[in-house]
Design a binder for this molecule. Structure first.
Ligand code: AMP
Ligand code: MN
Ligand code: MN
Ligand code: MN
Length: 276
């Protein structure tokens, strides 16, 4: 059985390693099929593909799109997308310009809590002006001594009810699915166990994603406990979704799971790679 890891990040979004380094690490860890899925960004795919070709890794061009569903942020991974597709490129560019405005507002909110210079601080951790993510703010807050590590930052900052949180309108869930389909890809609901939407909200999310034409959900993710993996394996069958697996690796020291560090998909789940 080949080893699949279908969700990870490079420095083009909020990962710590460049695309080539991500692919090399995946290869060294025995990953056969790797999807690079940077947030709202396709820029790392060329380098990833070139390095993958030299190492015998099968590189799936991917993306993780930030969307809004009933006021909550929901991530949709696109797998096997053609990065040249105008609808996808233009849509992602629109999301990125919204991110820049949001980053300024996050910094304003932190300034109100007495934390100065957060935009410039976060920007130093980002490779690109247009992709300053909360992770970059978190790294700056660790540097400035507000928390010991990135994970702890999110307990006291940058999340609802805490300094540095600003609500943001991404794109509607169904629109992201349309872009992914226009680019010839499959749409995968990322880490469904992470959304704090309640039981009924989760059902509406899965139903809406299904109606939008979403093909798969992540069953295995570093965001999921093993009980959640079992729960989402069942929900995949109930809703007729294929199952995906991804470490959501962001870099050394910042991720619960390393590249390829995933168990096999639970039996009874049709893998998203079934027809590849
Ligand atoms: P953004 O897309 O700018 O809202 O940033 C979201 C990113 O922040 C996620 O992709 C994670 O990398 C990171 N993140 C969010 N919540 C947490 C958390 N509780 N612990 C660690 N990282 C988190
Ligand atoms: Mn991230
Ligand atoms: Mn995500
Ligand atoms: Mn991710």
């Amino acid at each position: 059985m080949p080893s699949y890891d279908l969700h990870c990040h490079s420095t083009w979004s909020d990962g710590l390693l460049g695309p080539g380094e991500v692919v090399s690490r995946a290869a060294a860890r025995g990953v056969d099929v790797l999807a690079l899925t940077d947030h709202d960004q396709l820029g790392g795919l060329d380098e990833a593909r070139d390095v993958a070709a030299t190492l015998g890794v099968s590189l799936v061009p991917g993306v993780e799109v930030s969307t809004s569903f009933e006021g909550d942020t929901v991530h949709v991974v696109g797998l096997g997308v053609d990065a040249a597709t105008p609808a996808l490129r233009e849509g992602l560019a629109r999301i990125r310009s919204g991110r820049t405005r949001r980053a300024r507002r996050i910094a304003d909110s932190l300034a109100e809590a007495g934390i100065r210079g957060a935009y410039e601080g976060a920007r130093r951790y980002a490779s690109h002006d247009e992709l300053v993510a909360r992770t970059h703010f978190a790294r700056y807050l660790v540097e400035a001594g507000y928390a010991n590590d990135v994970k702890s930052v999110f307990k006291r900052y940058l999340t609802p009810g805490h300094p540095g949180y600003v609500p943001h309108d991404w794109v509607p869930l169904a629109e992201a699915v349309r872009w992914i389909h226009a680019a010839g890809g499959q749409a995968v609901l990322a880490h469904p166990g992470r959304y704090k939407v309640g039981q009924a909200g989760l059902r509406r999310l899965l139903q809406s994603f299904k109606e939008a034409g979403g093909e798969a959900i992540e069953v295995l993710s570093s965001s999921h406990t093993s009980a959640q993996a079992t729960e989402f394996a069942t929900l995949a069958r109930v809703y007729g979704f294929l199952g995906s697996c991804g470490s959501d690796y962001h870099g050394p020291g910042e991720s619960a799971l390393d590249l390829g560090e995933l168990p096999a998909l639970p039996t009874g789940v049709e893998p998203v790679w079934r027809c590849w």
